[in-house]
Design a protein around this ligand. Structure first.
Ligand SMILES: [Zn+2]
Length: 334
């Protein structure tokens, strides 16, 4: 699934729609009835780790956002198109698909992540569950004012465009299309910015303490309780840049090593996020590489806690020597 920086970018794309009313809906989601979003107001959006949250209320009064100016079309209450069935909504002929100056971006999810959580819930309970929680799948994305198009034909030779799970048309004239994501209603986002690697409130002390546990650091880095938003790409890159073998036990690493690891995780994530806003691809040094920048041959293996999710891990045995050499034996015994 997309890592923290991608989800932050989605959050950035959605933010301009806060304060607007949903005037038409579409999408293939069976779990959430897309039509149930009709006439709801998007009142807030938050990002926490790898999850995006959108708050919907039945009318604008609920929001305490004082300075939202409504588009004129809403003030007149006019509605050009009838709320329609899902098919029509996902491809209205009156709407040009391509806008040369469109701000929409396809954000391709990094490969290799597949830890979708099971989500529950279907419709918002009265007065309570107004936060739509969105978790993105492997190729999850949000498009703005544009639909994702097929990039190649399927086996039969048909060009089938991806089908959005949810499409929300807003009073201001724009729309959002959500692809490959799981959505559910919840009462409130779990707000723990202290564990979000991209939050200003990220708690380094807590992160260092977690990393210092007697377990391989490559497991701890993916623990969303301490490193929310950190995924497999960031894990591999931070370990390489810090010169730490993925299976090193945190308890055997020096405080300087642990500090360096946290620094590289945060720095790589921040650079990635910044690059996204500049339309740049994030450059990786070790992830999915055959050689490290030093020209050494890179190793690849799946590592994960016993009985847990095993994740492909790339490392350079020369740049990331194992310290101490018998660390692995201890891991296996415990
Ligand atoms: Zn190397």
């Amino acid at each position: 699934m997309p890592e923290g920086p991608s989800v932050r970018k989605f959050h950035h794309l959605v933010s301009p729609f806060v304060g607007q009313e949903v005037v038409k809906t579409g999408g293939s989601s069976k779990k959430l009835n897309p039509a149930s979003f009709q006439s709801l107001w998007l009142q807030d959006t938050q990002v926490h780790g790898k999850k995006l949250f959108l708050r919907f209320d039945p009318d604008e009064e609920f929001g305490s956002l004082g300075n939202i100016s409504l588009p004129e079309s809403l003030e007149k209450g006019e509605r050009k198109e009838e709320a329609s069935d899902q098919k029509q909504a996902s491809g209205p002929s009156s709407q040009k698909i391509s806008h040369p100056s469109s701000q929409s971006l396809e954000l391709v999810a990094p490969r290799g992540d597949h830890g979708l959580e099971r989500l529950r819930g279907d419709t918002p309970a009265e007065g309570a569950e107004r936060w739509l929680q969105v978790s993105f799948g492997l190729f999850g994305s949000i498009w703005v004012n544009e639909f994702s198009r097929a990039k190649k034909a399927n086996k039969r030779g048909d060009w089938r465009d991806p089908i959005p799970r949810l499409v929300l048309y807003f009073g201001g004239g724009g729309f959002l299309a959500f692809y490959n994501c799981q959505m559910s209603w919840s009462s409130s986002p779990v707000v723990r910015p202290t564990s979000d690697i991209l939050s200003e409130k990220f708690d380094r002390g807590q992160a260092l303490e977690a990393l210092g546990q007697e377990q391989p650091v490559c497991y701890t880095l993916l623990d969303q309780r301490y490193f929310s938003g950190l995924g497999n790409i960031i894990k591999n890159e931070a370990l390489y840049r810090a010169g730490i073998h993925p299976l090193s036990l945190g308890s055997l690493l020096s405080p300087q090593h642990l500090e360096a690891l946290v620094d590289h995780a945060v720095e790589f994530s921040a650079d990635w996020l910044q690059g996204k806003f500049q339309g740049k691809q994030q450059h990786t040094q070790i992830y999915q590489k055959e050689q490290c920048p030093g020209g050494h041959r890179v190793m690849k293996e799946a590592f994960g806690p016993p009985g847990g999710f095993q994740r492909l891990t790339w490392w350079c045995p020369q740049c990331q020597p194992r310290l101490p050499p018998d660390g692995q034996a201890q891991v296996q015994i415990s």
